[in-house]
Design a protein around this ligand. Structure first.
Ligand code: HEM
Length: 188
């Protein structure tokens, strides 16, 4: 069965991370980046609740009986949530102003969160390498999810920004938002 909460969380997290680099061609997601990021977090928590019930039956002892591959996957998932939590909890204008540069650093934790979430998905997901009786489709799906994550990271990389620069529209939007100390992260 496909876990829609987990997949939606992964999709929204990736989308929040590429909102700025994509703004040159498609500015709308940047305007809603905060909502997209918070929605990713809420879905990840929903997914955690669903899997704690469905896979672990609310029994943490069950983790001891999991395969090492699945345990590493679980650890990656827990790390992903841990990296997303501070950003979600500080996504208020008031806290953004109070925290200054620290706020930006906190929000950059969503990059390792994506790496951990993808590692988690591939290692534990039954539609990925977490399935014991794998066939070509499990490898193909794992390849696709890793490729998408690499594209997200490449879009965010300094090299990409230097190559394409910020469009006037994006720069204007970003400086307006910064001067208003308003919504959204101001990281790359
Ligand atoms: C404490 C945190 C987490 C726990 C306990 C957890 C638990 C699980 C478990 C048990 C599975 C295996 C389900 C299956 O049988 O396929 C799974 C799969 C998955 N998880 Fe998580 N997860 C956590 C965090 C996350 C986060 C933060 C994301 C995304 C941002 C995520 C996305 C996914 C995805 C996409 C799958 C693959 C589902 C599939 O193969 O259909 N998980 N998770």
């Amino acid at each position: 069965m496909v876990d829609w909460s987990g997949h939606s969380a992964l999709f929204l997290l990736s989308w929040a991370l590429v909102a700025r680099p994509l703004a040159r061609w498609w500015p709308t997601p940047l305007r809603y980046r905060r909502a997209i990021g918070v929605a990713a977090f809420i879905l990840a928590i929903g997914h955690l609740g669903y899997q704690a019930d469905h896979a672990l039956n609310w029994n943490p002892d069950a983790i001891r009986f999991m395969l090492p591959l699945h345990r590493y996957g679980l650890l990656a998932g827990i790390t992903a949530i841990a990296c997303m939590t501070p950003a979600a909890l500080t996504s208020l204008d008031r806290l953004q102003m109070a925290l200054g540069q620290t706020w930006r650093r906190i929000h950059l934790l969503t990059v390792p969160a994506l790496v951990c979430a993808v590692g988690h998905t591939v290692l534990i997901g039954s539609n990925y390498l977490g399935e014991l009786s794998r066939d070509a489709s499990h490898y193909a799906r794992s390849g696709i999810v890793v490729t998408i994550a690499l594209i997200v990271l490449a879009l965010r990389s300094g090299r990409f920004s230097r190559q394409f620069g910020r469009s006037p529209a994006t720069s204007a939007m970003s400086s307006n938002r910064e001067s208003e100390s308003a919504a959204g992260c101001h990281d790359r």
